[in-house]
Design a protein around this ligand. Structure first.
Ligand code: NDP
Ligand code: HSE
Length: 429
């Protein structure tokens, strides 16, 4: 029987779930894994304002990280505080003193991964991050432990539970954005600052980690194209429905040769697409490998117990790997590797909705601009306004170059018959 003492930093949604699993399943883990795992310390910010204090014995709690850093019996530190500082400093101190770190914090990992890995390699400590992507879905371990035989050419999926919860409620129940966001916060899905969710930052942090591991090249957050869901309107959902689409916040990474594109944005998907039926807090990710072809992983992408499941799985993995931890397959550097090339002018399908003056020649003038920029149109939907002199026209393009579409939109907005570009949403097959 191997014995390990664990410290938990942060006792909120995830931290309390980790404590619960480690204590409730203590006997099972001893029996099944031959591991005697004890939670020795829990770091909280302050005793008076800690709502979860009743969930563990009082003597386990501390407000002083030194109590953990200087305790030589503690060999695994689980970081569930979130944010960059002091999480970054605590993780570094733990690794520098040879303690293994397991974290659910994708923001700090995507911004300081190379620093952590350098420190971990120096002392031989482990660094584990399964819970940073996809909540309870074992997506990262699938890449490292089950898809090594493959050259992965695509990762594509829904990797933020909060926004998928919001989009589902807006699409299916016509609910208001603010009301649904408050519900996601109550359920413990949203980040401490929910702007990270709704503006796509959280998905960007996760895509940085996911694509780096899938493509074996570090993809820093600043090379990822990012757009959130805050500009989506009721009219977008109504138009999408009329055309047979759902709208999802997708994270997309594609690799062809050494060329990689990475982007996060609202995406229209045909209602028959498997990702279109992923509802609520659920996440789902497609991985495409040259040998295995497509696989899709699906599960709860956020919440206390699903995320704690991923954290505890890492703790167990770390215990078994004790003394022979593995690190990333790629050179973990601050920027992007010069072995790969970033594709900014990616190809996509576009859905463009315009408000126009309803007069002869309007449709032809707009179609002409698209044609001049080499953008081919697939579908057109026109809906008249009650006043009879304006209408909304929605164009679906065939796959086109991002830069060509942006240039076409600049010219279209200058046409006298165009009153407004109401929305531009990308679509995937
Ligand atoms: P919570 O806000 O619920 O919990 C974080 C806890 O850490 C809070 O109790 C907070 O205390 C505490 N904390 C923050 N700073 C300190 C500090 N300096 N010292 C001691 N305690 C501190 O967040 P979550 O549990 O939801 O998320 C934690 C991490 O896990 C984040 O990185 C998040 O992105 C990630 N994650 C969350 C998921 C989820 O579903 N919730 C899923 C996957 C990952 P206080 O309230 O006083 O600030
Ligand atoms: N806020 C995140 C989400 C938590 O909603 O997906 C899980 O990483």
């Amino acid at each position: 029987m191997k014995r390990f003492q664990v410290a938990i930093l942060g006792f909120g949604t995830v931290g309390s779930g980790v404590y619960r699993i480690l204590t409730e399943n203590h006997g099972d883990l001893k029996h099944r894994e031959s591991l005697d795992l004890t939670v020795a310390r829990i770091l909280v910010r302050d005793f008076t304002n800690e709502p979860n204090l009743h969930l563990a014995p009082r003597q386990l709690f501390t407000t002083c990280f030194d109590d953990i850093a200087q305790d030589e019996n503690i060999s695994i530190v689980v970081e569930c505080m979130g944010g960059v500082e002091p999480a970054r400093s605590f993780i570094l101190r733990a690794l520098e003193s040879g303690k293994t770190v397991v974290t659910s914090n994708k923001e700090v990992m995507s911004k300081h991964w190379y620093e952590f890995e350098t420190a971990a390699k120096k002392t031989g400590a482990g660094l584990y991050l399964e819970a940073t992507v996809g909540g309870g879905i074992p997506i990262l371990r699938t890449i490292t432990d089950s898809m090594q035989a493959n050259n992965i050419s695509r990762v594509m999926g829904i990797i933020n539970g909060t926004t998928n919860f919001i989009l589902t409620k807006m699409s299916e129940e016509g609910k208001d954005f603010a009301e649904v966001l408050a519900q996601a916060q109550q359920l413990g899905y949203a980040e401490a600052n929910p702007t990270a969710d709704v503006e796509g930052y959280d998905a960007m942090y996760k895509l940085s980690i996911l694509s780096s591991m899938a493509f074996h090249a570090h993809m820093p957050i600043d090379v990822i194209y990012r757009e959130g869901i805050t500009k989506l309107t009721r009219a977008d959902f109504e138009t999408a429905k009329l055309l047979g689409y759902e709208i999802k916040l997708l994270a997309i990474g594609k690799k062809e040769g050494n060329r990689i594109e990475v982007r996060v944005h609202p995406t229209m998907l045909k209602t028959t697409h498997p990702l279109a039926s992923v509802r609520g807090v659920f996440n789902a990710v497609f991985l495409t490998g040259h040998a295995v072809d497509d696989i899709m992983l699906y599960g709860r992408g956020a919440g206390c117990m699903p995320t704690a499941s991923a954290v505890v799985s890492d703790v167990i993995y770390a215990c078994h790997a004790h003394g022979r931890h593995r690190y990333m397959t790629f050179e973990n550097i601050p920027g992007m590797s010069d072995q790969v090339e970033l594709v900014r002018d990616f190809r996509c399908i576009y859905c463009v909705r315009l408000k126009v003056t309803d007069q002869p020649g309007t449709m032809a003038a707009i179609a002409d601009v698209f044609a001049r920029h080499g953008v081919s149109l697939k579908d057109v939907l026109q809906l008249g306004e009650a006043d009879g002199c304006s209408s909304h026209i929605t164009f679906m393009t065939y796959e086109a170059q991002e830069f060509a579409v942006q240039a076409a939109l600049r010219d279209i907005s200058a046409l006298p018959c165009v009153r407004a570009i109401e929305s531009v949403i990308r679509a995937e097959n």
